[in-house]
Design a protein around this ligand. Structure first.
Ligand SMILES: Cc1ncc(COP(=O)(O)O)c(C=O)c1O
Length: 404
């Protein structure tokens, strides 16, 4: 006996990639380059080393579930300056929940938001297509019905909430939005964010905006949920909304497992209750390190500059092949190669390049089309030389598939 929903979730993209490639290996003498996973490889900031070992007695204590006030104050300060918020708009006591990485929190968002039924029907969970896989598992395990909103070139790679019918909106309990988006790197405009917030309030659902790539961009910083909340104003500026931020990509510390959720005080209170039952606290020394990271922008700028150099190089080499464009944010190349599984297999077996087929990050639309099927995702997480090597291999291997 087990929860049978789990049987429908046996398709995590990395498992599917392992199954696709099986025992096949790169050609002899060809050192593999792993670009399938979005794990930052820039050095973690040195500043955290002394903090983590400062007070060994803290490892002998259970961490306070919502962290020390100092961490929430650092986060409130960061949000206020990043999103130009009026002083005091974010209250560290009411608007912030500390979480052990945003993956867990995004999962819990569904347990938090999805009731047994809404207006007598099965609740709907809206999500972009392609998607970050966690949204799918969370929606399903919370017994919601996933409604996939196509996010291909026709909608500038972001879901268009305006296409959702009134009947569906009426039973929607939760909507996930990801900006900058994994995998496409697309950014939701401020107008689109405001539209999503307005719909969430009109139809009383929770809008969960995943912004873990918000600090990786070239040029203009991407707008975020809190820009929309600031502009819409009102007595309850965060009503119905939650935003998810992480140190994993911003500060190159995916191993620290540290992030936060900010937004609607009622939802934050319920999230904290939920975490009391099923959440792992971030260890206290790591919370101190997290506070120092949120207060420091120098390492973030340095990292952003490294990504800029890699995108400059890669885009120059690709020269528009496979529809390559500079993403609005994030560190992925999302390349139109025609058949993503075939390309991933060829790149691995002929060039030792491991990439993720876009088909594994998407579901079929109602018309049977799959908005990820033609694309591969390459994470530009390595150094400049490795990036150059990878793009050279890509071009040499798939040259005959590049659109003219
Ligand atoms: C879109 C998106 N959201 C959330 C996460 C989770 O990040 P973390 O749990 O490290 O904060 C990831 C990680 O790859 C991601 O790509």
């Amino acid at each position: 006996m087990h929860n049978d929903v789990l049987d429908s979730l046996s398709d995590y993209p990395f498992d599917r990639l392992r199954a696709l490639l099986g025992d096949s290996t790169p050609p002899d003498g060809c050192a593999p380059i792993y670009m399938q996973i979005g794990e930052p490889k820039h050095a973690p900031p040195e500043l955290i080393a002394p903090i983590v070992t400062q007070d060994m007695s803290e490892w002998g204590r259970y961490p306070p579930p919502n962290g020390p006030v100092d961490l929430r104050a650092a986060i409130a300060g960061w949000l206020t300056s990043r999103y130009d918020l009026p002083a005091g708009m974010v209250d560290p006591a009411r608007h912030i929940a500390i979480v052990s990485g945003t993956r867990e929190a995004l999962f819990m968002a569904a347990l938090l938001a999805v009731p047994r039924e809404k207006r007598g029907q099965q609740p709907a969970v809206l999500m972009p297509n392609p998607f970050y896989q966690v949204y799918v598992g969370a929606g399903a395990l919370a017994r919601g019905e996933a409604i996939y909103l196509s996010a291909g070139p026709e909608t500038f790679f972001q879901p268009d909430f305006g296409t959702v019918g009134e009947d569906t909106l009426a039973r929607t309990a939760l909507a996930y939005l990801n900006t900058p988006a994994n995998p496409q790197g697309s950014v939701a405009s401020l107008d689109r964010l405001k539209q999503a917030v307005t719909l969430a309030r009109e139809h009383d659902f929770v809008l969960a905006v995943d912004e873990c790539y918000s600090e990786i961009y070239t040029g203009t910083k991407p707008p975020g949920l809190l820009d929309a909340c600031r502009e819409l104003g009102g007595d309850h500026p965060f009503a119905n909304t939650l935003v998810f931020h992480s140190l994993s990509k911003r500060s190159n510390v995916p191993g620290l497992r540290s992030g936060f959720v900010a937004g609607d005080p009622n939802l934050i209170r319920l999230l904290l209750r939920l975490r009391q039952y099923g959440g792992a606290q971030v260890p206290l020394p790591l919370m101190h390190a997290s506070a120092a990271l949120w207060r420091d922008e120098a390492h973030v700028q340095e990292s952003r500059e490294l990504y800029r150099q890699k995108f400059d190089l890669a885009l120059d080499m690709l020269d528009g092949a496979f529809g390559a464009e500079r993403p609005g944010g994030g560190f992925y190349l999302w390349l139109d190669v025609g058949d993503s599984e075939a390309a991933a297999r060829t790149l691995w077996t002929e060039a030792g390049l491991r990439v993720l087929p876009g088909a594994y990050m998407a579901r079929d639309n109602a018309d049977g089309s799959n908005p990820g099927a033609a694309y591969i995702r390459m994470a530009l997480v390595h150094d400049l030389d490795t990036t150059k090597d990878a793009i050279t291999r890509l071009l040499n291997t798939l040259a005959n598939q590049a659109p003219a």
